[in-house]
Design a binder for this molecule. Sequence first.
Ligand code: ADP
Ligand code: MG
Length: 921
Amino acid sequence: MAETVASLAARDTETQLVQWHAQSLDNVLRLLTVSVEGLDSVEAEQRFRIVGANELKEARPIQPWIIFLNQFKSILVVILIVAGVISGVLGDLIDCLAILAIVLLNAVIGFYQEFNAEKSIAALSKMTAPRARVRRAGRVQSIPASHLVPGDVVELEAGDLVPADGRLLEAQVLNCIESALTGESEPVTKHAVTLPNKHLPLGERENMVFMGTTVSSGMGRAVTVATGMNTELGQIASLVEEAGMEEETPLQQRLLSFGRVLVWGSLGIVALVFILGLIRGMKAFELFMTSVSLAVAAVPEGLPAAVTLALAVGVLRMSRRKALVRKLSVVEALGETSVICADKTGTLTVGEMTVRSLYIAGQSFEVTGEGYGPHGEVRFEGKPSDTRHVAPLLEMANVLMGCNNAHVVLEEGKWKVIGDPTEGALLSVGHKAGGSKERIERELPKHHEIPFDSDRKRRTVIRLMPDGRLRAFINGAPDVLLERCTKIYTERGIRSMTEADREQIAAQNSALAKQALRVLGSAYRDLDNTVPAGLTAEAVERDLVFVGLAGMYDPPRPEAKAAVARCREAGIRVVMITGDHPRTALTVARELGIAGTEDKELTGAELDQLSDEVLQQRAPEVAVYARVAPKHKLRIVRALKANGDVVAMTGDGVNDAPALKGADIGIAMGKSGTEVTKQAADMVITDDNFASIVAAVEEGRGIYANIRKTLQYLLAGNTGELSLMTVCVLAGWPTPLLPVQLLWINLVTDGLPALSLAADAIDPDEMTRRPRPRTEKIADRRFWRTTTVTGLLTASVSLAAYLYGLSTASESVARTYAFGTLMFAELLRAFGSRNEIRPVWRLDWLANVHLPLVVGISLVLQFFILQSEKLSWFFKITAMPLTHCGLLLIVSAVPLVVLELAKGVGQRRRGLQEQAGIPDN
Ligand code: ADP
Ligand code: MG
C-alpha cells in the first residue's frame, strides 16, 4: 500500500496521459489499485493527504490584506489623510495626529466588519457544497464531494452532479448532460464498454463521466480517475465562472448608486459652505479643513459595510432556521414573496409513509403498525388474515419488494429508510404481507431497471426468475399503471381485465385517496423473447398484469398548518403542487388550510389543455395542482409571475431545476433533493420543512427592514451635522464643530450603533404586513420625511446649546456644548430608529441588547471625554463638570422624545381608525 501511495503522487502527472476510455476495466482498476468494492478508508485518507481536496481552486479567496487596503480606497479618506498631513506641516500637530488616528481607527473597524461578513458568507456557501455517494470497503456512504480521491468508486443516479472524472464500471440507461464541458445541451447516453479509439473528443468518451456535468436519468457506477484541478473541468477552470455569493444583490447595487448621488449631493453642500465661508472672510485653510471633515461626516461611508453586515447576519440567522441561502440576491426577493408554491410530499407532509391499506384481487385489507418497522399485521374484515389470503398477499409483496431500491435499518431503536421513503413503506408492508426482500434478492437476481421519475410516475425492475425467464415488476401511480394493464391477477388465476375491473379499481383508488392516502399500484409482466434486447420503457411497460393497490399515510406536518396560517396573515398565498392523486392532494390541502371546502384542484392533464393566457387568468384562484409533472411547474411559475406575483417554488427532483431557475426564489430540499436541484436553487431548506420557508421569508423581510433603518439612522445623522454647520456659516457664526470633533462624532455613530441596527432583531409585526411591492423604493416619501425631521431636530438642539454657550461663555465652551449635544442626541436616537411605527416603550429591549450596550459605552466614553482635562487638548474642547454633561444629555433627549411621542400618537390614531373601520393608507 505504501508503494501505491508513493506511486500515486508520481502518477498524478502520468494519469493525465492515460487514455482511460480506451483501457479495459481490469486495467483501469489495476492502474488505480482498487477493486470494484472501493477503497478502504485508510487508503482513501492517505490518498487524500497526497492528492488534496477534490476542489477547483477558488478564483478569489478572501484576502484580509485587500480588504484592509480597500478601507483607504475612498477618495474622501485620501483627501482627509492629505489634509491631516498638510495641517501637520503647517504646525498643527495635534490635528494631524488626531485625524490620522481617526482614519486608522475607521479603517480597522471597517476591516473588521467586512472581513467577518465575508467570512460568514463564505462559510455559508460551503454548507451547500455538493456531496457524493461513494463505495468504500463495500459500503455506500455519502461524503462531501471534496473528499473524493482517485480510485474512489462513485454511485451515480438521476439528479446527481458528477463529482469528479470517472470511468464507468456499470451503467443503466445512464444519460449525462455535459454542456458545461462540451457546450452540447442534449444528454449523452453512457455505457461501460471500452472504446478502441484512443483519440476521442470529450463528448464521445461515452464510458467516462466528467466533473461538473450532471446525470439526467438512469444510474451508474464509476471509478474516479481524476479529481480537483486534474479533471477536465479543472483544466479549463479559469474559464468556468463560479456561481458565487460575491455578486452584489440588486439592492446593494441600488444602494451603491444611491450612495454616489449622496456623495455628490453632500459634496455640493460642502463646496457651498466653503465658498460662503470664504465670502464671510474665514481663514482659507481652516475652512478647507472644516469642509473636508464635513464631507467625511456627510457621506455615509458606513453604509456598504452595514448593508453587507445586515445581509450576512440575516443569512446566518436563516441558516439557524434551516434555510441556506445560495445567492445573496434572493434575500431581497424573499421579503417580496407573494406566492409560495410548495411540494406536498415531504414538505407539507412529514414524508414518513406507512401503508394502511392494501387492495388485492377485489379484497381490501387493513394494515397495522407504525413507521417503517416490520411490526404489524395485515387484517381482513377486522380479523388477522388467514390461509385464504396467503397467496394473493405474497403475490403483491413480491411486486412491492421486487421493484424496490430502499433499505430499512434499525438505528437507535427506530426504523429508518435509506432511499425513497415511498419504497421504504412498501418494504415494510411487503414484510407484513409475508414477503422477504432477502429471498427475492437471492432467488430472483436483478437484471435490469427502469428508474422512477416524477414524469413517468412509475418504476420497473426486471428480475431473472428461477425458470430462466425475465419478469418485470412495476410499481407506480395507479392511473398511469392501469392504462398499461390488460390482465388482472385474481385468486383463480390471471384473466383479461374487463371494463368493470377498471372501474372498480379506479373507485377503490379514489376511496383511498379521499382518506388522504397516497396510492400506488403494483403490476408485473413476464417477458418472453419478443421483448427487444434494449428493454426500453415502451417495450417493457405494456400488457401488464395488475396485482393490487397500496394506500399509504403520510401525515401533514404539524407545524405546516401554523405556517400556512402565518402566510395568510402576511398576505402570502400558499399553493400545493404534487404528483399525487387529486383527491389525496385536496384532502391534505384542506387539512392544512391551503384549500377551502369549495376550492378545486387543477390537474396536469387539465393544465395541458389550457393556453398560457387562460392559465394566467386562473392561476390566482388555484390552490392545488395535482398529478402534475415537473414541466408543468415552470408553466405555473410563469403564469403567476405574469400576474405580478413574486414566486417561491420548491423542488426536489432533477427535472425541477428549470422551474426553480424560473421562479423568483428557487428552493431545493436539503434532505430529499438531488444535487442538481440544489445547485440550481437560490436557497436550500435543510429539513425539507415548509415552515422553514416561511421562516426564511420572515428573515428576508427583517433584513430589508434592518437595512432601511440603518440607512435612515445614518442619513438623519448626516443631515443633522450638515444643517448645523451650514446654518452657522450662513449666519456668519464661528464654526460650531472643529474637524476632529466632526470626525469623532462620525466615527462613533456611524460605527457601532449603526451596526447594531443593521443586525437588529425582527419586528414581531413583520409577518402581519402585506408583502412589500417589488416597485417600492427603500427610500420612499415617508423615509425622507422622517430623515429630514430627525436631522433638523438634532441640529436644532445642538444649535441651541451652541448659541447658549456663545452668549454665556466662550467660543470653546460653546463648541464643547455643541459637540456633546450632537453626539448624545445621535446616540439616543438610535433607540428610536429600531422601529418606524412602534414607539420605544413598545419595543422588546431584550431582543437587541447589543444596542443599549453599545450606546451606553459610547455615552460613558463621551462623558469621560467632555469632563477630562487630560483629553481636552486632543478634542480641542473646554472640559466641564459632570453636572453640565448631564444637563446636555437631557437636552439631547429632546429629538428622541419628540419623535417617539409622535409615533405613539400615530399608532393610537391608526388603532382608533382601525376600530372605526377606516383603512390605513
Ligand atoms: P409528489 O412528490 O408530489 O407526491 P411524485 O412525483 O413523487 O409526487 O409521485 C407521483 C406519483 O408517483 C405518486 O403518487 C405515486 O403514485 C408514484 N410514485 C411515487 N414514488 C414512487 C416510487 N418510488 N415507485 C413507484 N411509484 C412511485
Ligand atoms: Mg416525490
